[in-house]
Write a protein that binds this ligand. Sequence first.
Ligand code: PRE
Length: 358
Amino acid sequence: TAERTLQALRKELDEINAEILRWLSRRAEVVLEIGRLKLRQGINRFDPVREKEMLDRLAAMNPGPFDDTTIRHIFKTIFAASLQLQKKEEEASLLVSRKRHPEDTVVEVGPVRIGAGVPAVVAGPCSVESYEQTRAVAEALREEGLTLLRGGAFKPRTSPYDFQGLGFDGLKILREVADEFGLKVVSEILAPEDLEMALPYIDVVQIGARNMQNFALLKAAGHIDRPVLLKRGLSATIEEFKYAAEYILAHGNPNVILCERGIRTFERATRNTLDISAVPILKAETHLPVCVDVTHAAGRRDILLPLAKAALAAGADALMIEVHPQPEVALSDAQQQVNIPEFRAWLGEIRRMFGAVV
Ligand code: PRE
């Protein structure tokens, strides 16, 4: 009998390939079903014990000519791909996922519609220090036709000996001044037990970077009827950031703004490294509006304009910037806040390049 031709052998391989592919796809469907079951039952996706059992069984029944190590390697690759498939499906099923909710979420704060196309600017002092200080910034915001006044009343400071903020007194100043100038208040809350009491004073609740994985606070923020501005943790991955937002949505609050504020890297020229990639990735993978806090990302005033331009060019829906009437005497973040004329110049440049901002 004549040897089969190369062409005939390849034809047979093509058929085998098609067969393997059919089985791989069938296997993947079963894997996805297991993934859904596990998600419902709260079981870990990765199951090394089960994987080892399967590998041992396959090695034991391996007819050759591939040796056991090769068979184990091939199947281990299939398991890893299966795990990846389950993970992808789970991510697409998240409430924050754009796959699940294709339309952009627009968060409304008074007349401002964050995520509707016109960039929003959130500006104000790092910490609320006094009526006069807050009023000076509020007045500039009104003159510029802006609405969103930020100010820290509860301050999460690295050292317990640093200024901790005025607390509820600070919130009262913010509310009073905001009402006087027709503005809306964005302010951070540190503890779930303060949330309810703070609501009369706050229009957007900020959850700060250090609290991004404070799950009790995230859950509590899910139960309020106020938008939440969630900052990315100092060392949080984009995936962890999305899951933090998922907590708030899963507990009933759909109005979440994601805020990139720089991440920790080896670089010391800036306080943090602005992860500009996070902006288009969050816009693509979630339907939530994205804000960029240029002040905290930079930790220095001289690069706030280019960072803001980069953020808007990358698709950010909002910018946050710290403004203080006299930054040099500020009780916190003295070296990174801009004064009012600097803020106006910054805003003018943004408007010149990007048109209207609110
Ligand atoms: C599967 C995938 C990932 C797990 O680590 C173990 C096994 C597989 O591909 O066989 C399926 C699965 O999720 C499971 O059997 O629990």
